[in-house]
Design a binder for this molecule. Structure first.
Ligand code: IVH
Length: 677
């Protein structure tokens, strides 16, 4: 007979193992064992407990979480993308936000209504009601495709399963944030670093019964798709859904100007610690939904909303050393290595010093006592130096003139301001190992190839191992070299392989963005993709003659200027870049660019504007053309279909050239009519 002590021993070991794997998955997001191995382990523990009642008395801390990830949740496309928010940190940023709104709408409204709501630090989820019945529930995923977590969401008590009102829209998509109350989180004492992780872990349980054990809650804050639409303002929407049984945040309030924004901000900040849920700021949304629609989105975030984060936490520490870092564009950033200090619950040992000018302005030296601040997720900054604590023989910091690769750095002359840049740069591109590594990090990042499991740290690791030195290496990794290394089990290798395979198929615009041509961001990459259409045509840029021909045409595109054109020319004049891009293209399948919303009033039409409009800004006019399938050009040419003349100061020369080319010309009033405005 197996004795009691042996059983206790075996039981303890298994619990320890279970907790280890829970931690690997839930805290480190890096599971080492497969789902079935995990399930077996859990079953063994359950069996031991069932057959040996005395084990329960040991009250071993078995984490509440049930099973590891599940690739098994069904992936479902969101009816409308779930975007993220841009951030504001100070009053000035909010002033800018209001100014941008007014500029876009071409108004001068100092009292634009905003709905202010706490930004809950939880996990976002979206709920779809068909004829008032909850039929779908999705996680955010990458914002475009989410995971079907309906059954788990249904276990949350304050999520209505049915809306009892005949007036409810037949299709209603409610968006909100799932969280765990702070008190409940403290009771859990699980393996999680914070309530947010615990909520995420609970939601990703394969078995909804496990989710139901953790007291999750939900605040509804917005909508995706609604048909028929019956709301005029965000505040009206919140009131109505609260009547329908959704929990909305009681601290939501309509405010009208910068002063009221600041007031509400300090008010909520002062009671923040007494709330039972974590918030990291307030979200401000333009209240009028028609205006929201006019404002629309940029690539990642709406123009009508912003997250105003609570003020940065500060701390005092000492500079141990100043080192330089090299970014993917060659920018040299000085970083202060500081004595570790806790700022807002996070241990900080690095702080950015921005650039050479900043160091000179503040006369920052090694050994100085400094104040640092950390706002949101951004890198902590040095705000001031305490000169009174400075050592008498401290020396002025001399900024290195060489890059870490040894080559001389330079400050460029800014073409538009005609001033010297504050930033020094290394110009060796992929030839500089430090730049090359950063370029790799950019290539695998979310907005580029978006390779799950291949983050910055892994790139550092694989770089050291010489597994990846140039972009195409990502697709030919020798996996036998990483098997057995710390953090790499069969399951994680398998997941990485799958993620890399998946990323081989990429849209042209993403590809263009990912190769990291300076001054070509996501928006310009899209404009270029819509011009070139296919990778075959894009590769014309390799050939000097064809490149010059194409670059000449690019001048016509609105949003591509001289700076971008010169940068593209520079990039492709460099043989190393050409070789790297060629090798990468060879291992990929790059999809032709397909513009969204191609169908519309301006399908396949090229439009140009001259002069200002009374009722809208140039930016809004541009996005109206694009949302209706058209393209906005920056110069008059035979390709132009319509020239729209605004009432305020149109350029005569442009009108004359358009007339000569027999291009259709319409006036501002007709433009509004065309759009039924
Ligand atoms: S509105 C277009 N309102 O913050 C995005 N978001 O960074 C509109 N969040 O993923 C979001 N509380 O999960 C909004 N009251 C609130 C929010 C909120 C938390 C989260 C949300 C989103 C993230 C945006």
């Amino acid at each position: 007979m197996v004795n009691k002590l042996t059983i206790i021993d075996r039981y303890k070991k298994k619990i320890k193992l279970l907790n280890k794997h829970n931690k690997l998955y839930f805290n480190n997001d890096n599971p080492e064992i497969s789902d079935s191995e995990y399930d077996n382990l859990k079953k063994e523990i359950n069996d031991l407990e069932k057959n040996n009642i005395f084990l329960k008395k040991l009250k071993l801390n078995r984490t509440l979480v049930g099973s590891p990830p599940s690739n098994k949740f069904k992936k479902v496309k969101h009816l409308k993308p779930m975007l993220s928010l841009s951030n504001a940190f100070k009053k000035e940023d909010m002033k800018d936000f209001l100014k941008k709104i007014n500029n876009f709408l071409n108004t001068k409204d100092n009292n634009i209504e905003l709905s202010s709501e706490p930004k809950i630090d939880g996990i976002s989820a979206t709920l779809i009601y068909e004829k008032g019945i909850l039929t779908k529930g999705l996680s955010r995923g990458d914002g475009i495709v989410g995971e079907d977590i309906l059954e788990n969401l249904k276990t949350i008590k304050n999520i209505p399963k049915k809306i009892n009102d005949n007036e409810v829209p037949s299709l209603l998509e409610i968006r909100g944030e799932i969280y765990i109350g702070k008190k409940e989180f403290n009771k859990l004492k699980g393996n999680f670093a914070n309530p947010r992780n615990a909520a995420g872990g609970s939601l990703r349980q394969k078995d909804p019964k496990e989710t139901s054990k953790i007291p999750l809650q939900y605040f509804a804050y917005g909508f995706g798709f609604i048909e028929p639409m019956k709301f005029n303002t965000q505040s009206e929407f919140l009131k109505m859904i609260s009547n329908w049984g959704f929990s909305t945040n009681p601290l939501s309030k309509v405010v009208k100007n910068l002063e009221e924004i600041e007031q509400q901000h300090s008010k909520v900040d002062s009671i923040r610690s007494s709330l039972d849920y974590d918030i990291d700021g307030l979200v401000y949304k333009v209240n009028n939904l028609k205006l929201q629609l006019r404002l629309g989105n940029t690539s990642n975030s709406p123009r009508w909303a912003i997250a105003y984060k609570f003020s940065a936490e500060k701390a005092v520490t000492k500079i141990k050393d100043i080192v330089i870092q090299v970014g993917r564009t060659g920018a040299i950033t000085p970083v202060a290595k500081v004595e570790p200090v806790t700022v807002g619950g996070v241990v900080v040992s690095n702080a950015t010093l921005h650039n050479e000018d900043e160091i000179n302005r503040k006369d920052i030296r090694i050994g100085d006592t400094i104040q640092i601040q950390r706002a949101g997720d951004v890198i902590p900054q040095v705000i001031s130096v305490d000169i009174s604590k400075r050592n008498k023989d401290s020396l002025k910091y001399i900024f290195p003139e060489k890059c870490l690769c040894g080559s001389i750095t330079k400050k460029e002359l800014n073409k538009s301001t005609k001033k010297e840049d504050a930033v020094r740069r290394c110009f060796r591109g992929f030839d500089c190992n430090f730049i090359a590594k950063e370029k790799l990090k950019h290539i695998v990042s979310k907005d580029s190839f978006n390779i799950d499991g291949l983050g910055k740290k892994v790139i550092d690791q694989f770089w050291e191992l010489k597994l990846i030195r140039k972009p195409s290496d990502i697709f030919t990794i020798n996996y036998s070299k990483i098997r057995g290394l710390e953090g790499w089990g069969d399951l994680s290798i398998d997941n990485l392989k799958k993620a890399i395979e998946k990323s081989r198929i990429i849209e042209l615009n993403r590809f263009i963005f990912s190769i990291g041509i300076r001054h070509i961001g996501q928006e310009s990459a899209k404009i270029l993709a819509s011009y070139f259409k296919s990778i075959k045509r894009f590769l014309d840029l390799f050939d000097e003659e064809k490149r010059q021909k194409n670059l000449k045409n690019l001048v016509d595109l609105d949003g591509i200027g001289e700076i971008q054109i010169e940068s593209i020319d520079n990039f492709f004049s460099n043989n190393k870049n050409v070789e790297i891009v060629k090798n990468l293209v060879n291992v990929l399948k790059i999809k032709d660019f397909k513009a969204q919303n191609k169908k519309g009033k301006f399908s396949n039409k090229n439009i140009m504007f001259t002069g200002g409009f009374d009722k809208m800004s140039r930016s809004e006019a541009k996005s109206l053309v694009e949302n209706n399938g058209g393209k906005v050009l920056g110069t008059i040419s035979k390709k132009l279909d319509i020239l729209v003349i605004g009432n305020s100061k149109p350029t005569k020369k442009k009108i004359e050239s358009a007339k000569k080319l027999n291009i259709k010309i319409i006036k501002e009033e007709e433009w509004y009519k065309t759009l039924n405005l």
